[in-house]
Design a binder for this molecule. Sequence first.
Ligand SMILES: [Zn+2]
Ligand SMILES: [Zn+2]
Length: 136
Amino acid sequence: MGMKSSGQKKSSGEKRSKEDLDRIVARARQSLDERMKGYREQSLRIHPWVCARCGREFTAKNLHLLTVHHKDHNHENNPSDGSNWENLCLYCHDNEHRRFLDYEEGAGAGESEEPSKAATHKPFAKLAELLKPEKR
Ligand SMILES: [Zn+2]
Ligand SMILES: [Zn+2]
């Protein structure tokens, strides 16, 4: 009989607001990433690509193994002249934090990014092999 249009879908606008929320969250995360990346890039621009501790040199190829350490262990302290930054290889950075009991990452938020970091310290063992080939 008259059941012609019973299968028509209504497009509800409710889904869209959830997408907006997702987008906002994604954007917030991205800006945090950019901020974190920002000081690293700045430090790498200011300082030579050399570990300040062991003197290991880095190239664009293995630059991801070079990290930026905050000398006073305060992530919030990012003077643009780079005076609070130190380029450290992952090894020395790890050592630096072990020596310094007050882990800098514990001081502020953002720990949720890598919850398994403390549990997976073994990757550093493999790092030795990653780093070796660069040194002929
Ligand atoms: Zn080093
Ligand atoms: Zn550090």
